[in-house]
Design a protein around this ligand. Structure first.
Ligand code: FAD
Length: 322
């Protein structure tokens, strides 16, 4: 029986959510195509951690070596290239994360496997594969039809599938020997911790998040007053942090923080996928935007089509009265 191979991602003894999301997709494709699902877990001293994948796939391949203790494109390439040549998985799935973006293109070239990056869904039927990607910040969905191939490679956008370590499976654990390392040019030096921050937005129950729609820095006090009136913490989208209207530590999204507040109020934020990835797990999302077609309304539970500078001061006054 053929297989789907996913590359487990982990750091600091924690398995990244994307690993379980990839397994959700792989398990669905596996069922539809009668393929087993294998997770590759490279690392050093990680066999117990790798065991956490048991309930979510058919097989966990643990490869341990000091050279695999931290992600390194050279060692990971050697491992994956060898495995793809040897096992010829119908599909290899890597996360569309900083690590996956670094690794996948080089792997595709080295192993001669067709690659589609940043997929949001996949339809696999035997040797044909269609994939979905979003372009223009999620405004257009592109369906790509791949040329038939024995094996494919994709990177999966984080946040497109639910995760979960229990997916009705009971995996066999297998230990693999690392390959002979030759020609390693890159070396892991250290992880740099982010600077100490003013406020921890990940701990907030209510976030008032401000986007480019606020127009200019002089308008920030309008949303600040609203946040104070409802006891919320202020966060923002990337352009607001880039323009230094708010500190970088307040940025929500793929290159900012992942938050999970009870209430997330998005003011003048379009809802690009990089932003959504950081707030999609909020319990309740409320959006204010002048554009009724803004993608943020796709994930909002409540929406107001309107101008921030009209809607927000009114809300502030109402809350102040209560
Ligand atoms: P825009 O997309 O410009 O949207 C502004 C919105 O405000 C529009 O929907 C508009 O209709 C609305 N608006 C305008 N005026 C008003 C008004 N008066 N009242 C109400 N609404 C109004 N983005 C992040 O947020 N976080 C990240 O971590 C992040 N990481 C990224 C990483 C990479 C590698 C890349 C390439 C991009 C990243 N981005 C990130 C950027 C992301 O793609 C978007 O560009 C960004 O999220 C857009 O921010 P925005 O919604 O504030 O601005």
């Amino acid at each position: 029986m053929g297989e789907i191979l996913i590359l487990a991602e982990h750091r600091d003894s924690e398995i990244r959510d994307i690993t379980f999301e990839m397994l959700t997709l792989a398990n669905r494709l596996g069922e539809e195509n009668n393929l087993t699902v294998t997770a590759l877990f490279p690392g050093y001293g990680v066999s117990a951690l790798a065991g956490s994948l048991k309930g979510a796939c058919d097989r966990v391949l643990v490869m341990e070596a000091p050279e695999l203790e931290n992600y390194n494109a050279d060692t990971y390439l050697a491992v994956l290239e060898g495995l793809i040549r040897e096992r010829k998985p119908a599909l290899t799935v890597i996360g569309h994360t900083a690590q996956g973006m670094d690794l996948a293109p080089a792997l595709a070239i080295r192993s001669g496997v067709p690659l589609v990056t940043d997929c949001v869904d996949v339809i696999l039927k035997g040797e044909t594969m269609d994939v979905q990607r979003q372009i223009y910040s999620g405004k257009i969905q592109a369906d790509l039809v791949m040329k038939p191939s024995e094996t494919y490679l994709i990177t999966l956008r984080p946040g497109c599938f639910p995760g979960g370590s229990e997916q009705g499976k009971s995996a066999d654990m297998e230990s693999l020997s690392p390959p002979e390392w030759t020609g390693l040019r890159r070396q892991f030096v250290e992880y740099l911790e982010a600077e100490l921050e003013d406020v921890d937005i990940t701990a907030a129950d209510i976030l008032v998040s401000v986007g480019r729609g606020i127009g200019k820095m002089e308008n920030i006090p309008v949303v600040e007053a609203f946040a104070n009136a409802i006891g919320a913490t202020l966060s923002c989208s990337r352009p607001v942090a880039d323009k230094e209207w708010l500190p970088k530590s307040r940025q929500v999204g793929t290159s900012g923080k992942t938050v999970k507040p009870k209430v997330y109020i998005a003011l003048g934020i379009s809802g690009a996928f990089q932003h959504q990835a950081g707030m999609k797990n909020a319990d309740t999302v409320i959006a204010v935007n002048t554009d009724p077609k803004a993608p943020i309304f796709n994930v909002a539970h409540y929406g107001i089509v309107g101008e921030i500078l009209q809607v927000v001061p009114e809300l502030t006054e109402r809350f102040k009265k209560e």
